[in-house]
Design a protein. Structure first.
Length: 158
Protein backbone atom coordinates (compact mmCIF):
# COMPACT_ATOMS: atom_id res chain seq x y z
CA UNK A 1 0.00 0.00 0.00
CA UNK A 2 3.05 2.28 0.16
CA UNK A 3 5.55 3.33 -2.46
CA UNK A 4 3.15 2.67 -5.30
CA UNK A 5 4.90 3.76 -8.52
CA UNK A 6 3.23 6.73 -10.17
CA UNK A 7 3.91 7.07 -13.88
CA UNK A 8 2.42 10.08 -15.62
CA UNK A 9 2.83 10.89 -19.29
CA UNK A 10 1.50 13.79 -21.33
CA UNK A 11 3.92 14.48 -24.20
CA UNK A 12 4.63 18.14 -24.74
CA UNK A 13 3.17 19.15 -21.38
CA UNK A 14 4.99 17.28 -18.60
CA UNK A 15 8.65 16.60 -17.86
CA UNK A 16 9.93 13.52 -19.63
CA UNK A 17 11.94 10.73 -18.05
CA UNK A 18 12.18 12.29 -14.59
CA UNK A 19 12.20 10.27 -11.38
CA UNK A 20 11.15 11.87 -8.13
CA UNK A 21 11.16 10.77 -4.50
CA UNK A 22 8.65 13.45 -3.42
CA UNK A 23 5.82 12.16 -1.26
CA UNK A 24 2.65 11.88 -3.32
CA UNK A 25 -0.68 10.35 -2.29
CA UNK A 26 -3.09 8.59 -4.60
CA UNK A 27 -5.76 11.11 -3.53
CA UNK A 28 -3.60 13.75 -5.27
CA UNK A 29 -4.45 12.29 -8.68
CA UNK A 30 -8.03 13.53 -9.02
CA UNK A 31 -7.43 17.21 -8.13
CA UNK A 32 -4.25 17.18 -10.22
CA UNK A 33 -6.00 15.79 -13.31
CA UNK A 34 -8.77 18.37 -12.90
CA UNK A 35 -6.14 21.10 -12.69
CA UNK A 36 -4.14 19.87 -15.70
CA UNK A 37 -7.32 19.72 -17.77
CA UNK A 38 -8.48 23.14 -16.55
CA UNK A 39 -11.66 21.61 -15.15
CA UNK A 40 -13.32 23.05 -12.06
CA UNK A 41 -13.70 20.84 -9.02
CA UNK A 42 -17.21 19.45 -8.74
CA UNK A 43 -19.48 20.86 -6.09
CA UNK A 44 -19.51 18.39 -3.26
CA UNK A 45 -20.43 18.06 0.39
CA UNK A 46 -16.73 17.96 1.32
CA UNK A 47 -13.77 19.60 -0.40
CA UNK A 48 -11.54 17.36 -2.48
CA UNK A 49 -8.85 15.58 -0.55
CA UNK A 50 -5.37 15.54 -1.96
CA UNK A 51 -2.94 18.11 -3.20
CA UNK A 52 -2.63 19.49 -6.72
CA UNK A 53 0.82 18.39 -7.89
CA UNK A 54 0.67 19.87 -11.40
CA UNK A 55 3.68 22.14 -10.86
CA UNK A 56 5.72 19.14 -9.75
CA UNK A 57 4.81 17.26 -12.92
CA UNK A 58 5.42 20.24 -15.20
CA UNK A 59 8.50 21.88 -13.71
CA UNK A 60 9.79 19.59 -10.98
CA UNK A 61 8.79 21.99 -8.19
CA UNK A 62 8.71 20.29 -4.81
CA UNK A 63 5.40 18.75 -3.81
CA UNK A 64 6.06 20.26 -0.39
CA UNK A 65 4.71 17.38 1.67
CA UNK A 66 6.60 16.62 4.89
CA UNK A 67 4.82 13.33 5.43
CA UNK A 68 2.26 11.00 3.98
CA UNK A 69 -0.12 8.62 5.73
CA UNK A 70 -1.50 5.27 4.66
CA UNK A 71 -4.24 3.55 6.63
CA UNK A 72 -5.60 0.06 6.38
CA UNK A 73 -7.80 -1.93 8.72
CA UNK A 74 -5.17 -2.63 11.32
CA UNK A 75 -2.43 -0.11 10.88
CA UNK A 76 -1.73 3.50 10.05
CA UNK A 77 1.68 4.33 8.62
CA UNK A 78 3.33 7.74 8.70
CA UNK A 79 6.11 8.02 6.15
CA UNK A 80 8.64 10.81 5.73
CA UNK A 81 11.59 11.06 3.41
CA UNK A 82 13.70 9.14 5.92
CA UNK A 83 11.51 7.46 8.54
CA UNK A 84 8.45 5.27 8.64
CA UNK A 85 6.22 4.79 11.70
CA UNK A 86 3.65 2.00 11.82
CA UNK A 87 0.89 2.57 14.39
CA UNK A 88 -1.48 -0.29 15.23
CA UNK A 89 -5.21 0.42 15.14
CA UNK A 90 -8.28 -1.35 16.44
CA UNK A 91 -9.97 -2.48 13.22
CA UNK A 92 -13.47 -1.64 14.48
CA UNK A 93 -12.84 1.81 15.90
CA UNK A 94 -9.79 2.97 13.96
CA UNK A 95 -8.26 4.18 17.23
CA UNK A 96 -4.70 3.47 18.37
CA UNK A 97 -4.42 0.30 20.36
CA UNK A 98 -1.79 -1.50 22.36
CA UNK A 99 -4.02 -4.49 23.04
CA UNK A 100 -1.78 -7.56 22.70
CA UNK A 101 -4.74 -9.49 21.34
CA UNK A 102 -4.55 -7.28 18.23
CA UNK A 103 -0.82 -6.75 18.10
CA UNK A 104 2.02 -9.17 18.35
CA UNK A 105 4.91 -6.77 17.79
CA UNK A 106 3.78 -3.27 18.79
CA UNK A 107 4.31 -0.05 16.86
CA UNK A 108 7.25 0.00 14.49
CA UNK A 109 9.80 2.64 13.49
CA UNK A 110 12.18 2.18 10.59
CA UNK A 111 15.01 4.29 9.21
CA UNK A 112 14.42 4.00 5.49
CA UNK A 113 17.88 5.35 4.70
CA UNK A 114 19.95 2.90 6.74
CA UNK A 115 17.45 0.01 6.63
CA UNK A 116 15.63 0.12 3.27
CA UNK A 117 14.29 -3.41 3.75
CA UNK A 118 12.73 -2.32 7.06
CA UNK A 119 13.99 -5.25 9.10
CA UNK A 120 15.17 -3.44 12.25
CA UNK A 121 12.41 -1.99 14.42
CA UNK A 122 13.83 1.11 16.15
CA UNK A 123 10.71 2.02 18.15
CA UNK A 124 12.52 1.60 21.48
CA UNK A 125 15.81 3.25 20.44
CA UNK A 126 16.37 6.16 22.87
CA UNK A 127 18.51 7.95 20.28
CA UNK A 128 15.39 8.32 18.12
CA UNK A 129 13.03 9.56 20.84
CA UNK A 130 12.71 13.00 19.21
CA UNK A 131 12.09 11.49 15.77
CA UNK A 132 9.49 9.14 17.25
CA UNK A 133 7.72 12.01 19.04
CA UNK A 134 7.63 14.03 15.81
CA UNK A 135 6.18 11.11 13.84
CA UNK A 136 3.52 10.45 16.50
CA UNK A 137 2.65 14.18 16.37
CA UNK A 138 2.24 13.87 12.59
CA UNK A 139 -0.04 10.88 13.15
CA UNK A 140 -2.14 12.84 15.65
CA UNK A 141 -2.34 15.80 13.26
CA UNK A 142 -3.52 13.48 10.49
CA UNK A 143 -6.16 11.90 12.77
CA UNK A 144 -7.42 15.35 13.80
CA UNK A 145 -7.72 16.50 10.19
CA UNK A 146 -9.09 13.34 8.57
CA UNK A 147 -12.76 12.47 8.59
CA UNK A 148 -13.73 9.00 9.74
CA UNK A 149 -17.02 9.31 7.84
CA UNK A 150 -16.15 6.38 5.58
CA UNK A 151 -15.32 4.09 8.48
CA UNK A 152 -18.51 5.12 10.31
CA UNK A 153 -20.65 4.44 7.23
CA UNK A 154 -19.02 1.04 6.77
CA UNK A 155 -19.59 0.10 10.42
CA UNK A 156 -23.23 1.25 10.20
CA UNK A 157 -23.84 -0.91 7.14
CA UNK A 158 -22.79 -4.10 8.92
Amino acid sequence: TLRVPLIVSWPGHLRKGEVSADLVDLVDLYPTLLDLCNCPAPKAKHPLQGKVISEHLVSGASVGRDYSVSENWGQCTVITERYKLGVWLDAKTGKRTSDPQHIEYGDMLFDRMTDPEETKNLINDPALAEVKAKLYAMFEEWVANTSDEGRAALQASK
